[in-house]
Design a protein around this ligand. Structure first.
Ligand SMILES: Cc1ncc(COP(=O)(O)O)c(C=O)c1O
Length: 365
């Protein structure tokens, strides 16, 4: 039995998703080409983007997809506002620095969301073309107010790009409800595939006008899209097995009731972890209204004998893998509640934490 992955990805996947990788696929064969087209169509449907959006998959981890979006869909003339409250906003800033894009940043603490009035002020006093936002900032697990940010960007006619890596498939994102030009995500988070491929959903006119922006051939989203439009095939070797697993995972997502169904399971998982850890004396970083049902940050106890590595190893011996903290301001650790795990797994996790507290004789309060 594999250990349970209480992490932000790679995640625990279903047996049927793993089994989908037990075949070899010819990358130029019709069967694989159809599978690839089906994935692209399903992802467009997931944002209600039929007719208006293109799905362009990109090999690699999520960062490759985000960098491909940032580099290919902006130009040297763009002026970007990056909203930062964690490592993934910081990462987009780093990308813009590498790419020599003109940007300003608005950074708030990792447990806070941005003030809309301040965003508006920045829009009004800078000649902006784009806003980059992270939907769920996985650093803390905070839920950023993407609808409000999107409405503001739309009212000011500014192009919004969303890093929805840890949100896509579990948190609402419909092109019928909010306006955005591009969103990047990957196979191995809330869609519960295996790692190895990301994707960008981009408005038709934005991708059509993206020729010549990219500094890189392999990350050139326009080139990837053009090639795939021509013959439905990948330019370079596709991650065939990853895509086969992704196709299965998407079917299982649909069967669970799509975004709504997945959200409901994760929400329940999150509630069990938050309530259980609270009862054991752990302090959650975020208030409930800012907590996304994806990953939860807990403060490390004040007990000077608390050692994260020992805590982690003791839980690992019981087959539960948690995640270190990523905050810059406090000692924390994280417990993810996504992946192919249900409420029983969450109760078992809390049971294991309780045993570890006793075994290590920890004082939590
Ligand atoms: C919000 C967000 N953006 C980007 C990434 C980067 O993805 P990867 O680690 O797959 O490159 C992650 C990974 O957890 C993430 O949570």
């Amino acid at each position: 039995m594999d250990k349970k992955l209480l992490t932000p990805g790679p995640l625990t996947t279903s047996m049927t998703t793993k089994e989908a990788m037990l075949h070899d696929w010819g990358s130029r064969d019709k069967k694989f080409i159809d599978l690839n087209s089906s994935i692209r169509e399903s992802l467009v449907k997931l944002i209600d983007g039929e007719d208006n959006y293109q799905c362009v998959p990109m090999q690699g981890s999520g960062t490759f997809a985000v960098e491909s979006m940032v580099s290919s869909l902006t130009s040297k003339d763009s002026k970007i506002l990056i909203l930062i409250n964690g490592a993934y906003g910081q990462r987009m800033k780093k990308m813009c620095t590498y790419l020599n894009r003109d940007f300003i940043e608005y950074e708030v603490a990792e447990h806070e969301v941005h003030e809309l009035s301040k965003i508006e002020e920045l829009i009004d006093t800078n000649d902006l073309t784009h806003i980059f936002a992270v939907y769920c900032e996985t650093t803390s697990g905070i839920l950023n107010p993407i609808e409000e940010i999107a409405d503001l960007a739309e009212s000011k006619k500014i192009s919004l790009f969303i890093d929805a890596m840890s949100a896509f498939g579990a948190l609402p994102l419909s092109a019928k409800k909010i306006t955005f030009d591009a969103v990047a995500a990957s196979s191995n988070k809330c869609l519960e595939g295996v790692p190895g491929v990301g994707f960008i959903l981009v408005k038709n006119d934005v991708i059509q006008n993206a020729k010549g922006n990219s500094h890189s051939l392999s990350l050139d989203l326009y080139d990837q899209w053009q090639a795939m439009e021509k013959n439905k095939q990948w330019r370079f070797t596709p991650p065939t097995h990853v895509l086969a697993a992704f196709n299965q995972a998407i079917k299982e997502h649909e069967k669970e009731g799509g975004v709504q169904g997945r959200h409901a399971r994760y929400k329940k998982n999150c509630e069990i972890i938050c309530a259980g850890m609270k009862e054991l004396g752990f302090e959650q970083l975020l208030p409930d209204n800012l907590q996304a049902p994806i990953i939860i940050t807990f403060k490390q106890p004040n007990d000077s004998s608390f050692n994260f590595d020992k805590f982690y190893n003791a839980l690992s011996e019981k087959d539960f893998l948690i995640y270190p903290g990523k905050l810059t301001v406090a000692e924390t650790f994280r417990i993810g509640c996504i992946g192919n795990l249900n409420e029983n797994d969450m109760h078992d996790t809390i049971g294991a934490v309780k045993e570890v507290i006793q075994e290590l004789a920890l004082e939590i309060n």
